[in-house]
Design a protein around this ligand. Structure first.
Ligand SMILES: Nc1ncnc2c1ncn2[C@@H]1O[C@H](COP(=O)(O)OP(=O)(O)OP(=O)(O)O)[C@@H](O)[C@H]1O
Length: 417
């Protein structure tokens, strides 16, 4: 038997602040209404919300690229962020947290000073590239220190002329700070994006804590945490907005079911999430599932979208190429969870969980890659392919995230060999 399920993102409720990284003060928490309602409800423009705090040239640039009306998370958080308070930005995926914290960064920077004044810590190179691009477009010196980057060359640049803002992964940040390539003494704003992900690794937490306590003063900076899934939350999602679909099939049928779904949905663009290859499978010399799925689609899919691949083991140049290729084009991106956090590809209409995510949090972040255009009426959906014995896992995610799945008979909808 096969089934489909409906699921929709909605509001996230406040959490207990995480205290892993004392000595921060975390004074602000809020909940968020559904994204679309949030946009409709906005009364003031972004310019009005930021008046007198964010430099005019930044606001002008924001308007040029289409950021005119604040999303609800921006409307709610900016008055606090711009007043310099420490904040937890805990709001659903695609709600506009990045622009909220970036505007706060711009309000705090003295553009005439040549020193590192803001640090944005990100979990992955891809998210870092995205944030750095958004910042760079706003005419300010920004340097991205990301795993696999040219840290040696950057070390001399950063020494010669320290950028106002650094966007960094923890590992590359440690390397540069420990080599004394720059100082964090003038840092006014610290942002930790996808904070729960970074706090999920004790190694990253201890490295970050060491850097922050040794090289910057907690009392003189603003700290902002951002994520759609802050730890210790009481409850996650409610309020249906979009249809999300789940299907049951046997492992063998998955590729063909996926193909049928793609034909039926005709996505504008889609991301197909596939499990990372196990060590055992690597040792056995098997190709990664991502490659298998991408190869299958390249041969069998007859639609107009480009089939692209993104996975951990690809070298950084190949990863960067895949990431920049998908920008602005119709694509079917086959990826591991590397694309599940922070990735902002607004044209993504459909998500397919070819393999189940490991946790409910991972499910949330994967699902959040769609429905990201606040003003769009694009039909969006999340589809999960599961076998009968995986049903209980999905049930666990539903219980934890408080969403409801509806099942849809497979045979009536598809024919596959
Ligand atoms: N005020 C705005 N007007 C129009 N579009 C906006 C506005 N703010 C943000 N966006 C767009 O909304 C999309 C989602 O924003 P963003 O990436 O900041 O979400 P997020 O909350 O950080 O999501 P995630 O938790 O998944 O990282 C992006 O395409 C961004 O360009």
């Amino acid at each position: 038997m096969a089934v489909a399920a409906a699921f929709a993102p909605g509001s996230l409720l406040p959490t207990t602040p995480s205290t892993h990284l004392a000595p921060f003060t975390l004074r602000f928490r809020f909940s968020l209404l559904p994204r679309r309602a949030a946009v409709v409800a906005a009364a003031a423009t972004l310019r009005e919300v930021c008046a007198g705090r964010v430099p005019d040239h930044v606001l002008q640039r924001a308007e040029e690229v289409g950021y005119v009306v604040p999303t609800e998370v921006q409307e709610q958080s900016l008055p606090l962020l711009l007043s310099g308070q420490d904040c937890i930005l805990h709001a659903q995926t695609g709600s506009g947290k990045t622009l909220a914290y970036l505007l706060s960064v711009f309000s705090a920077i003295d553009f005439s000073r040549s020193s590192v004044q803001a640090l944005v810590v990100v979990p992955t190179r891809e998210l870092g590239m995205q944030v750095a691009r958004l910042l760079a477009a706003k005419a300010c010196t920004v340097m991205a220190l990301l795993d696999g980057g040219m840290l040696k060359r950057q070390k001399s640049w950063v020494k010669a002329e320290p950028p106002a803002v650094i966007v960094a992964t923890v590992a590359s940040l440690c390397q540069m700070v420990e080599r004394r390539a720059f100082s964090l003494q003038s840092m006014r704003v610290l942002v930790i994006d996808e904070v729960d992900f970074i706090f999920g690794s004790s190694k990253q937490v201890s490295s970050l804590r060491k850097i922050l306590t040794s090289y910057s003063a907690a009392s003189s900076r603003q700290t902002i945490f951002a994520s759609a899934s802050i730890p210790q939350h009481n409850r996650f999602l409610h309020d249906c907005v979009q249809h999300k679909w789940t299907k049951i099939c046997t492992k063998k049928e998955r590729l063909h079911v996926l193909l049928s779904l793609l034909e039926r949905d005709a996505p504008k663009s889609g991301i197909i999430f596939v499990a990372e290859q196990s060590e055992r499978s690597k040792k056995a010399g098997n190709p990664p599932s991502t490659t298998v799925v991408a190869e299958f689609l390249r041969n069998a899919y007859k639609g107009s979208l480009d089939v692209l691949l993104l996975e951990e083991d690809m070298n950084f140049n190949a990863r960067a190429a895949s990431f920049s290729e998908v920008k602005g084009r119709g694509f079917l991106l086959v990826s591991t969870d590397i694309a599940s956090r922070g990735f902002d590809l607004p044209q993504t209409s459909h998500i397919y969980n070819f393999d189940l995510p490991k946790t409910a949090t991972d499910y949330l972040h994967r699902a959040g890659r769609t429905g990201r255009e606040p003003f769009s009426r694009l039909e969006c959906g999340v589809t999960t392919l599961i076998t009968e014995d995986e049903h209980f896992v999905l049930q666990r995610f539903q219980n934890e995230l408080k969403f409801h799945c509806e099942e849809l008979p497979l045979e009536s909808m598809f024919t596959f060999s």
